[in-house]
Unconditional design. Structure first.
Length: 403
C-alpha cells in the first residue's frame, strides 16, 4: 500500500504542477513582491508605535495562530472508484493513511512557517521575547497541526463522529492553552503541551471501529480537491470545475442598452457571458468586494493606491480570457463577423467594469482617508491605472494570446 500511495501521489503532484505554473507566473510574483513589501513596511511602522510591553498583542498573535492552524486538510488522495476496488484491501489501509498523514504535514508546515515568522515581531514586542524563540513556536505549531490531522484520520473510521466531536473540544482547549502559555509564560511550556497533545492524538487515541467510512473519506477528499480547483480556476480553466448558467433577469436592462447591430455582436455575447455565467461575473464581484473590504481598513494614501491598483489589475487580468469563450462555437465562424470586433468588445467591457470598480474604490478612499482630497487623488490614480491597462497592457496581451 505504501507503493500504491506513492504512485497516486506522483500522479497528483504532476497534475498540480501543471496547474500551478499558471498560478505562480511572472505577474503573480511581481504583484506579490509589491504587496508583501508594502504591507511589510506598513507593519514595521505600526510596530514602532506600540508600547513595550504590549499585552494585547499576545491575544492578537494567539488569534492569528488559531485561525491558521485549521488550514490544511488530510490528503487521502482517494477516488470514488476506491469504494469498490480497494474495499478488499481495507485491512491494509492503515499504512496507506499513515503515508497520507505524513504527506499532509508538509504544506501546513510552510503556511505555519510564514504565519509564525510574520507574527514574531509582534511576539517580541508583546512578551519581551527574542527571535531565538522562533524554533520553539514553530515546533509547537507543527505538533498542534499533527494533532489536528491525526484527529481527521480517526474521523475516517465508522462510528467515530461523536468521538471526534468530543476530542475536538480537547484539541481546541489544549491548543489554546499551549499558545497562551508560549506567549505569556515560556515558549518551552507551550512546546511541552503540544508534545503531549500530539502523543495523545497520534498514539493514545483509538477509533471506536476498525471499519473505514468509505463514503465520508471519499467525499472529504473530493471536497478538498474542489477547494484547490476553485482557487486555481481564478487563474486558468480547470476541467474539474463546471459553471452553471443563471437567468439573472434583473440584469436584462444592461443587455437592452446594447443596440442590436452587426458591429455589437461580440459585445452582446461577451456581456451576456459575464452576466449569466458564474465564472467571470462571480470573479469580478468577489475581487471587487475583497478589494473594497481591504481598502476600508487602510488610512494611508500610497497603500490605498497600491492595493486599489493591484485589485484593478487582478480584475482586468482575470477577465482577459473572456475573449476565447466563443471560439469553439460553429456559428461564430460561419457568421461574417470580423475578428477585430473581439478586441474592441473586450476593451469596452473591461473598461466599463474597471470604471465601476475604480469609482467604488474611490468612494471608499474618500470615506476612509484622513482628507477628502487624498481620496480624490486615489480615485484619479485608479482611473489612470485603468487607462494604462486598457491602452497599453491589454493590446499587448491580446496580441501575445493571438500569436
Amino acid at each position: 500500500m505504501k507503493q500504491f500511495f506513492s504512485q497516486r501521489l506522483q500522479r497528483h503532484q504532476k497534475q498540480m504542477t501543471r496547474y500551478l505554473r499558471y498560478v505562480f507566473n511572472d505577474h503573480f510574483a511581481l504583484i506579490s513582491t509589491f504587496l508583501v513589501g508594502g504591507l511589510g513596511l506598513y507593519y514595521s511602522e505600526l510596530l514602532k508605535t506600540l508600547p513595550r510591553p504590549f499585552p494585547l498583542g499576545g491575544i492578537i498573535v494567539v488569534a492569528v495562530w488559531l485561525f491558521v492552524l485549521p488550514l490544511g486538510r488530510l490528503a487521502t488522495l482517494t477516488k470514488p472508484a476506491d469504494l469498490i476496488f480497494l474495499l478488499a484491501k481495507e485491512g491494509q489501509m492503515t499504512s496507506y493513511l499513515s503515508q497520507a498523514l505524513r504527506y499532509s504535514l508538509w504544506l501546513p508546515f510552510g503556511v505555519l512557517f510564514l504565519a509564525v515568522g510574520a507574527t514574531m515581531p509582534l511576539v517580541v514586542v508583546t512578551a519581551n521575547s527574542t527571535f531565538a524563540s522562533f524554533p520553539y513556536f514553530l515546533g509547537m505549531m507543527w505538533l498542534l497541526k499533527l494533532g489536528d490531522l491525526s484527529l481527521q484520520r480517526i474521523r475516517l473510521y465508522q462510528e467515530t463522529q461523536q468521538q471526534v466531536k468530543q476530542q475536538r473540544g480537547i484539541w481546541f482547549a489544549s491548543t489554546f492553552a499551549a499558545t497562551l502559555a508560549s506567549i505569556y509564560v515560556a515558549p518551552w511550556l507551550g512546546l511541552g503541551i503540544s508534545i503531549l497533545q500530539a502523543i495523545w492524538f497520534l498514539f493514545g487515541l483509538k477509533a471506536n471501529s476498525q471499519l473505514l467510512d468509505w463514503d465520508y473519506m471519499i467525499q472529504a477528499e473530493q471536497s478538498r480537491l474542489m477547494r484547490i480547483y476553485r482557487f486555481i480556476n481564478l487563474f486558468t480553466d480547470v476541467p474539474q470545475i463546471t459553471t452553471e448558467a443563471k437567468r439573472r433577469k434583473y440584469l436584462d436592462w444592461l443587455l437592452a442598452k446594447i443596440k442590436p447591430v452587426h458591429s455589437n455582436t461580440y459585445l452582446y455575447l461577451y456581456l451576456r457571458r459575464v452576466i449569466r455565467g458564474g465564472q467571470y461575473g462571480g470573479l469580478y464581484v468577489r475581487l471587487t468586494l475583497i478589494g473594497g473590504f481591504v481598502l476600508f481598513f487602510v488610512d494611508e494614501l500610497w497603500i490605498s493606491l497600491l492595493i486599489g491598483c493591484l485589485f484593478l489589475y487582478l480584475i482586468g487580468f482575470q477577465l482577459i480570457p473572456l475573449i476565447n469563450e466563443f471560439q469553439y462555437m460553429v456559428l461564430t465562424h460561419l457568421y461574417p463577423v470580423p475578428e477585430k470586433q473581439k478586441a474592441a468588445a473586450i476593451k469596452k467591457i473591461l473598461g466599463a467594469l474597471l470604471l465601476v470598480t475604480a469609482v467604488l474604490f474611490g468612494v471608499i478612499c474618500c470615506l476612509r482617508l484622513p482628507f477628502v482630497w487624498q481620496g480624490g487623488i486615489a480615485f484619479l490614480g485608479f482611473l489612470g491605472f485603468a487607462g494604462l491597462f486598457l491602452g497599453i497592457y491589454l493590446p499587448g496581451r491580446l496580441k501575445k494570446m493571438h500569436a
